[in-house]
Design a protein around this ligand. Structure first.
Ligand code: GLN
Length: 496
């Protein structure tokens, strides 16, 4: 069969490219094609570890799931993880090649073009259709020469392009026209369709605009996607759904505060908690926001020491320590786990200038930052004869680890490993496992413990996060099929 591909670019970042790629992946998958996502370069602190221990951006993981595929690092060969004010950790084909400043990376990145060609070819060879996602805006005329994530990639893959425009920001026709006109002529020819995203209102009023845009640019509008409440993991930003939510004192629900660290990473870990109807989640940036929550989560951090410093300076650390003496459960994940210990040491300056900082001292453990990065998909057995996790004794637990810290000390590890993966002491649970709440029994057990403490009735939610995600993919598929001319997209990619 003929190979097909398509690139999706946006008028700006946040226009909805990722979600549109996810939708197309789902549609082609449901139409029985072998389809894969591809994004040359991601800038994100939400990453994932593949089966073979390679690190990639979560956005392509979500798209791979929508395509019914196991995520592979070739789907996202370059991942940029901002680690401090002026340094970015550069991950190429799943492994860190070190830290660079933005300026250094801009000079370096042309060296990665052969890798993009190679990884793209691998993905293309295995699939019928590849949906390539761009990054940011393709019309950044000041940096066009160094671009490796938008039209340079469309040229490498020889792909037709669809432009997604965000109408919610306003100025949609100007941004479409401006984006197309600022492209090089050879690139402009690749643009075969426009998708208008996040529309609230009556689409009839937009129609005259489509004609004018088509006359001016020669590009057709393929449809308008209405604003919709579909819960699919966000690419790299903090999900909108938590952003502005504030816990209400009088609410009877399970109240969760997630500490919004400055270098927060893998915040997607909490998504699997948020699917429970009686769970409310707020992000905390100030000590005054900590009140009567049932669960405080300290999430992952790309810079544990800097975040620990901020936690202390802001007074949030003191509030957490106070809360740990009440019945509130304190839950640390990865960087958050490290923060709960006695000390974090960084003798090789992996995170910055500070060589050592005292932690919150809630766990008798110390972390040392090593050059070696632990990258594994984890499956193990819980061994917890007592404590908060005793009902889960002997059960299987899964997750993935992404850290340079090595944590040791006097707390008992509750898995069948001879290193520290998960601990529980009184009301404190801490683990290196990202995706911990994707473990259905683990999460049901934790939430029921909280419900009992609050005098609420226990609930045994049967839906797993996996099933929930599928349900949301299918909602998205339906929405996009109903509003976008999919037949026309098949023609654009040459399959009809
Ligand atoms: N993913 C994380 O939270 C990383 C934790 C910490 N910065 C480390 O590298 O060990």
């Amino acid at each position: 069969m003929k190979k097909a591909n398509l690139m999706v670019v946006g008028t700006s970042s946040g226009a909805g490219k990722s979600l549109f790629v996810t939708a197309l992946c789902r549609i082609f998958y449901k139409d029985k094609y072998k389809v894969s996502p591809f994004k040359s370069q991601n800038m994100a602190l939400n990453s994932y570890i593949t089966k073979d221990g390679k690190e990639m951006g979560r956005a392509q993981v979500v798209q791979a799931e929508a395509s019914g595929l196991e995520p592979e690092v070739e789907m996202n060969p370059i991942l940029l993880k901002p680690s401090s004010m002026n340094k970015i950790q550069i991950i190429v084909c799943g492994k860190s090649i070190g830290n660079m400043s933005g300026v250094e990376y801009n000079q370096y990145k042309k060296n990665l073009i052969p890798i993009l060609k190679e990884t793209y070819s691998k993905i293309e060879a295995k699939n019928d259709i590849v949906i390539i996602e761009g990054a940011g805006s393709p019309a950044e005329i000041n940096i066009k020469e160094e671009d490796i994530s938008n039209f340079a990639m469309a040229r490498i893959a020889d792909a037709p392009v669809i432009l997604v425009a965000d109408i919610d920001r306003g100025g949609v026709f100007a941004s479409i026209y401006g984006t197309i006109m600022l492209l090089k002529e050879k690139d402009r020819k690749r643009v075969k369709g426009i998708v208008i995203n996040k529309f609230r209102g009556n689409r009839e009023v937009l129609k005259p605009g489509f004609e004018i845009i088509e006359n001016l640019t020669g590009v057709k509008t393929l449809g308008v996607i209405p604003y919709a409440d579909i819960d699919i993991e966000d690419e790299d930003s903090l999900s909108e759904k938590y952003k502005s939510f504030k816990l209400n004192k009088n609410s009877k629900k399970i109240k969760v505060s997630v500490i919004k660290l400055k270098h927060i990473s893998n915040v997607t870990d909490i998504d699997a908690l948020s699917i429970h109807n009686d769970v409310e989640i707020q992000f905390v940036t100030e000590r005054s926001q900590i009140g009567d929550e049932d669960l405080i989560i300290i999430p992952g951090s790309k810079n544990t020491i800097d975040d620990l410093k901020w936690l202390k300076e802001s007074g949030i650390a003191e509030e957490i320590i106070k809360k740990a003496r009440t019945k509130t459960i304190i839950f640390g994940i990865c960087g958050g786990f490290q923060i709960l210990g006695n000390k974090v040491k960084d003798p090789h300056h992996i995170e910055g200038d500070i060589e050592e900082l005292n932690g919150l001292g809630l766990l008798d453990l110390e972390t040392i930052m090593e050059n070696e990065k632990t990258l594994v998909q984890y499956t193990g057995k819980l061994i917890a004869e007592e404590g908060l996790l005793k009902d889960l004794n002997n059960s299987e637990i899964k997750g993935y680890e992404i850290h340079q810290g090595l944590t040791e000390g006097n707390e008992k590890n509750l898995t069948s490993d001879n290193r520290t993966v998960l601990v529980n002491k009184n009301n404190i649970i801490a683990t290196y496992l990202h995706g911990i709440f994707d473990n259905k029994d683990f999460t049901n057990n934790l939430l029921n413990e909280i419900r009992r403490r609050k005098g609420l009735e226990e609930v045994n939610s049967n839906i797993s996060y996996e099933e929930y995600k599928i349900q949301e993919f299918d909602k998205l598929e339906k929405l996009v099929r109903e509003n976008i001319d999919i037949e026309e997209i098949y023609k654009i990619i040459g399959l009809k």
